[in-house]
Design a binder for this molecule. Structure first.
Ligand SMILES: *Cc1c(COP(=O)(O)O)cnc(C)c1O
Length: 408
């Protein structure tokens, strides 16, 4: 006999399928640049967060090979039980230095970092303030903390100020993405910090999409705002992931040394998870050397050129068919360039038509984004060429033209 309530899942999956909400994974094999073999079909990808094109880089591959020879593969147990490698230790120092904060703690994944760091900081009776567009793992961490959650409208710092002023809690924590993953906009970090100063709150920033891309030498959103060193570490807990621009996997938090020691002692995803393998730490170290060096500057310069090229090509007045369809780029200076299409059906159709022409551009629909703002989330990478962007623009123009004539 099977468990009776397991019977509910098959019809629920069928219901998802009926609403075209069933998600399918694709088997992908990297080809060159941003090209992938997707279920056997060659596509130019605009859906990866590998913003600097490091995920396939020979320097990172070489670092991994050397690390496997030196350390083997698995770490064996939690760093609290069986220790951590010299590679992991060195990486923490290098990450702290890169973002200009006193100390860092290296985790094996971003999701679990946020889900468990928030409960290590605040609990019942405390207050947590969260931007409505924060990443899912910050929302989950907030819930797990059992602190009182105050959500404010995206980037509405006046609302945040009111909520902070009204809250009677002694411990206040403001949590925000530094770069918002579906809109591509950057939080006003100096203003957030000023509010936190005013109301004695700690500011936690998730810079998953900023590290490697923003700031001098790609040192991230905090450095871009000119906020590093002891002064910043008094108020800011910085978090970033290592699977996006850094090209590998993992995450870290950085900040005041005592705060980081507390997180080392109390964050459950650190204590109760097997340490990140040294081979990954060495890959991240190689990625970080690239990010901070001349190579990183070249990649960022190239990436900025691609962002400008795409934005010019989709700006109002650049092409009559795009204007006629009302497709508009959101105001973003980051590699995340969302093109608002409007209806779910239109966005889905566009994704499919682009795919038929060899482009992989994901449609993002409600509830991930507000109703009526279904969009193509175009992610640019230094692995793209100017021709790649030109071809995407031509395809979008042709599809806008075709759908405009179909609508007549
Ligand atoms: C990707 C992402 C995460 C999760 O990081 P993983 O290492 O992929 O688990 C956390 N926060 C933000 C804002 C992200 O975009």
């Amino acid at each position: 006999m099977t468990v009776s309530w397991l019977d509910e899942f098959a019809p629920r999956i069928a219901a998802l399928e009926a609403q075209t909400l069933l998600r399918r994974r694709r088997v992908v094999t990297p080809l060159d640049g941003a090209r992938l073999l997707v279920d056997g079909e060659a596509l130019l990808s605009f859906c990866s967060n590998d913003y600097l094109g490091l995920a396939q880089d020979p320097l990172l591959r070489t670092a991994v090979h050397a690390a496997v020879d030196a350390y083997g593969v698995g770490a064996g147990a939690s760093p609290m039980v069986s220790g951590y490698s010299a590679a992991n230790a060195a990486l923490e120092d290098e990450l702290a230095q890169a973002v200009g904060l006193p100390r860092a703690l290296y985790f094996y994944a971003g999701y679990s970092t946020n889900a468990s760091v928030l409960p290590a900081l605040v609990g019942p009776g405390d207050a947590l303030f969260s931007d409505r567009l924060n990443h899912a793992c910050l929302i989950d961490g907030a819930r797990l903390s059992k602190a009182k959650i105050h959500r404010y409208a995206h980037a509405d710092l006046a609302a945040l100020g009111r909520l902070l002023a009204e809250s009677p809690a002694c411990k206040k924590l403001v949590v925000s993405d530094a770069v918002f993953s579906m809109d591509g906009d950057v939080a006003d970090i100096p203003a957030l910090l000023a509010l936190c100063e005013q109301h004695d709150a700690l500011l936690m920033l998730d810079d998953a999409h900023g590290l490697g891309v923003l700031g001098p030498q790609g040192r991230g959103a905090l450095a871009a705002a000119g906020l590093t060193g002891t002064q910043a570490s008094r108020r800011v807990l910085y978090m970033a992931t290592l699977g996006k621009a850094l090209g590998v996997a993992g995450a870290f938090v950085a900040g005041d040394a005592t705060l980081i020691e507390w997180l080392l002692q109390t964050t459950r995803s650190y204590t109760y998870a097997t340490a990140a393998p040294a081979l990954l730490a060495e890959a991240v170290r190689a990625g970080l050397r690239c990010v901070l060096g001349e190579d990183g500057d070249h990649r960022r310069t190239h990436l900025r050129g691609l962002i400008a090229q795409l934005r010019a090509g989709l700006a109002p007045g650049a092409h009559p068919a795009i204007d006629a369809r009302g497709w508009t780029l959101m105001p973003s200076s980051t590699p995340i360039q969302p093109l608002i299409i409007g209806s779910n059906a239109d966005a889905m159709a566009l994704t499919q038509q682009l795919r038929a022409q060899g482009f992989w551009v994901p449609a993002i629909r409600p509830p991930t984004v507000p109703v009526g703002t279904a969009r193509l989330r175009i992610a640019l990478s230094a692995a793209h060429t100017q021709d790649d962007v030109r071809h995407l623009l031509s395809a979008l123009y042709a599809l806008a033209q075709a759908s405009a004539s179909a609508a007549l």
